[in-house]
Design a protein around this ligand. Structure first.
Ligand SMILES: C[S@@+](CC[C@H](N)C(=O)[O-])C[C@H]1O[C@@H](n2cnc3c(N)ncnc32)[C@H](O)[C@@H]1O
Length: 233
């Protein structure tokens, strides 16, 4: 793996350089080839995480803080569309038996390679074709930045697919960009408050909302939320 992490000048330069190339590939702006675009980003990255624009190489701090308050004791957790695995590793370290899946074989291979002593069970799975025994099976479900990366029919299907994983008495933690300025064009396509509310119409109850800001390259400040839902017993 090439050296560096976000914030290192050389890493940031490599990431900035690849942006135009990735934005020019089929599926970059949505449409039928969107799923293939993700797979291609990982495949063509050549093991350099600077080539994967969303790879922070660290778990989300808001998730880490939540896990400190809500540690596991062997309960089953799942990280939806896990990318390079940092969030899944934090969940496992907090005491949950953790499955993490992504549809990209290269992402899953790379996550396993990055964390050779991992306790996480990494899997190649499609959010839209989940194993039937995952239905209602997880005490903790974590989703970060996947819904906002999808559009149209796939996005519509993402809400019930993610909600289906939550066990009775379990919780869903959703992290994403919520609320966009009028002139914003995706991707990503930020969630609306109404979309966040869709999890409530799928039988979950909102129990916590944390608003925070993420600062992107160029100093752009972006409103985010971490919302925690629970499924009644
Ligand atoms: C923006 S990235 C976020 C990755 C990770 N959750 C994170 O926070 O860094 C979106 C991820 O969703 C994955 N993905 C897209 N469609 C998927 C699907 N149908 N099933 C599983 N993973 C999918 C992509 O491969 C990619 O890793």
């Amino acid at each position: 793996m090439k050296p560096g992490r976000p914030g290192d000048p050389d890493f940031d330069e490599r990431r900035a350089k690849v942006r135009d190339k990735l934005e020019g590939l089929a599926g970059a702006k949505g449409g039928d080839e969107r799923q293939d675009w993700f797979a291609r980003v990982y495949r063509e990255a050549g093991n350099d995480p600077a080539m994967v624009p969303w790879a922070d190489l660290a778990a989300k701090p808001q998730l880490v803080s939540w896990l400190e308050e809500n540690p596991g004791n062997g309960e089953a957790a799942i990280d939806v569309a896990c990318g390079l695995g940092d969030n899944a590793e934090a969940i496992a370290e907090a005491g949950y038996y953790t499955i993490a899946f992504d549809m990209s074989e290269d992402a899953v291979r790379w996550a396993i390679q990055r964390f050779p002593s991992s306790q996480v069970e990494y899997r190649v799975n499609d959010l839209f074709d989940l194993p039937s025994d995952w239905d209602g099976a997880f005490a903790l479900v974590h989703e970060c930045f996947t819904i906002q990366a999808l559009q149209g029919e796939l996005r519509e299907k993402a809400f019930p697919a993610i909600a289906s994983l939550v066990a009775p008495g379990g919780v869903l933690v959703v992290i994403g960009w919520v609320g966009a300025s009028a002139d914003h064009t995706g991707p990503p396509w930020p969630l609306t408050e109404a979309e966040m509310g869709r999890f409530e119409s799928l039988g979950l109850e909102r129990i916590e909302t944390l608003e925070f800001e993420a600062v992107r390259a160029g100093g752009k400040v972006i409103p985010h939320q971490m919302v925690v839902f629970s499924r009644p017993d």
